[in-house]
Design a protein. Sequence first.
Lengths: 450, 450
Amino acid sequence: MNIRDALPHIKTSTAPEDLICYGFDASGLEELPSAVLWPETAEQVSEIMRYAYENDIRIVPRGAGTGMSGGAVPLRDSVILSTERMNRIIELDRENLTVLVEPGVINGRLQREVENGGLFYPPDPASMNFCTIGGNVAENAGGPRALKYGVTRDYVMELEAVLPNGDILNLGVRTHKGVVGYDLVRLLVGSEGTLAVATKIRLKLLPLPADVVALLCLFTDIEASGKAVSAVVSSGIIPRALEFMDREAIKAVERIQPLGLSDTVEALLLIEIDGHPEAIRKEVEKVAEICTGFGADVSMAENENARMRLWESRRKVSQALYLIRPKKMSEDIVVPRNRIPEMLVSLRRLSAETGIGLVNFGHAGDGNIHVNLMVDRTNEEEYRKADSLVKRIFEATLVLGGTISGEHGVGLTKAPYIGMEIKQSELNLMRGIKNLFDPKNILNPGKIFP
Amino acid sequence: MNIRDALPHIKTSTAPEDLICYGFDASGLEELPSAVLWPETAEQVSEIMRYAYENDIRIVPRGAGTGMSGGAVPLRDSVILSTERMNRIIELDRENLTVLVEPGVINGRLQREVENGGLFYPPDPASMNFCTIGGNVAENAGGPRALKYGVTRDYVMELEAVLPNGDILNLGVRTHKGVVGYDLVRLLVGSEGTLAVATKIRLKLLPLPADVVALLCLFTDIEASGKAVSAVVSSGIIPRALEFMDREAIKAVERIQPLGLSDTVEALLLIEIDGHPEAIRKEVEKVAEICTGFGADVSMAENENARMRLWESRRKVSQALYLIRPKKMSEDIVVPRNRIPEMLVSLRRLSAETGIGLVNFGHAGDGNIHVNLMVDRTNEEEYRKADSLVKRIFEATLVLGGTISGEHGVGLTKAPYIGMEIKQSELNLMRGIKNLFDPKNILNPGKIFP
């Protein structure tokens, strides 16, 4: 009996159009699943997992498929468990500043709903208008505002999650503090759907900042922009976002969402500062002064519309680059913030040496650079050269004290490289944890571990 | 051969005075260890653990012994591994806002050193002038400023730690973001020294807030003080601290560190707001208005000295209560912030029903109440009655959606109760993790698990 006949009350499809649509994510990798399931409750997720456990069926949990590392892409003969129908905002607790949601809730929808009540959910991945909170939890999603406000991990308080054997777990506390037992909540956050399937998530909220100001800083020297990043943060100001785009990223965006920037701009920083209006004013002056000192042309978004236009452009960088190279490869390395200038120099050198175009943008305040290799991944020779370049980029990153992924996760694309960063003894512990949660290796197999 | 002869280059003592001094912590529990070791490097910790692993010797890691749940108290025939001599601040990285320390560094010393450079390490347990960062990591220490700034977990970026078998692990990243592999850093934080011994710790720092203001709010109605707590936070202001003391706690402190408070005060809130001077002024006005609305008499600390005096009194509550009842018992429950009034009513009822005096103070903004049972723990009958009261307090806490420990951890004192909060399936996973890290159960055995 197949899973569809065994669980007739759960919506299932094996139609080719569904298998195609649920067989890829934003990494560009693809493989057809054997079926797609849309459970509506934790109990249904539990039934699916129990059946899969007993029958050795591989289950791949999936939010909106916006991941960049193939975390939601099935291996052959896998079944997709989509959380799309579990999309309720269950309880908004204004007094305790928490919200309880199902995993299929879209990040952007949650942000809008809590902001209507004067509250704030900071994590804002570029895909925020499509990606789900469940996917954010699985990947420990970040975004521009991580600089001041941290990542998804810093907001998850409680998780209801289903183990591969079907057991329903209740983890964490609904209070601001709690130290009873090991921190299984933080262990699940960022585990890329390999340990359990989250079915309810309680998130911490903050009061909505009273005001936000955005500065656009244009540089004619890319290294100067990197130095400005470090100088701003070490001046004692933590902007809520400090984003970077190099000339090629700017040029790509100008084609689809023009800001009217000149060709002589080598790099831009988009800096946002939030807080009390009185406090912001002084911080904005100081940041502008620092950037001007590094040769930047600084302007302030005149109003909310102008600010939104800047962000629309920023969020469209990846899309703009796909229009130029539909099969590009993208990495998301992180280096300590003060090593960004060196990293940018290394990237320029590696690009020149290999002849592969590199376009860089990202969350400079975090040291998190999205490095785009402008190749055709499906062309075997280009792929081979690009793959060897990726390895050299990772080497340069690690030498500077960095990490090979700040947001995208390991998934399938980085699994071959994980040993460059994580030693064998640490990896053995991680495998041991995987085996403890998923002894039959049926939940999102093939991810993270090489 | 005993461990002393096997590792002659590591400072060791079996002198009775050392065994006594290292056999208890602030929980009041005690047991003599068989030896005390003072390693000075990660390599020496690794040697100790390897020898212990091969020879089935129980090792109990210990910071300053200020823990409240017996986490550092040895079982019989255990060896204490003191981190006192590993007390270097290795590297203060001003540009990237991080600091790398050894585990024996005292929290208060670290705070002063980073503050001298305009930086800020928020976690501030009441024992901050004695407790070590290693102990803080093991217990996931909090403190008053956790309300706005979070707990130790939120500041640990990297850990070097030694496994029970002697392997030296390097966990986490030195960058603001990183999502490569499972989050073993957060798994170790709060694991109460049962999984590995931290030997180096990299902490995140923040810019030092420009200004701080403290308000003292005196209430003649204890429930009104609880309601004020919830009203302040849901007004959109997150004070950096929002501390509570009931009448008995105030009276006890008045004896040793008088603030000159009247006998008619039923409860006080000590509220601290930090940030830009301009922003603070408005927030202080709003908070004062809210508390006045709940019947409070509100005054502002006139200067830094007055503010420090308020905190000295607050930090001496526990000490003052020990002077009254040297063998008191103390718990540290947490409830959702808006359930504090109900919890205070329950505590009054339970005290009246059992005839056991309860004194309450703590971090009201977090819903974290330190409940002190004014008994003589060493008197068998009193202990029996108190133990049954503790269970009823925990039941009332859990009914309100709370947790039985916000800061103190499980250790020995709460191990018998852990099943009230953590279900069997979750506990099995935690035991599985313990077994994975420590298959011979030699590292801090007997803690957490019943």
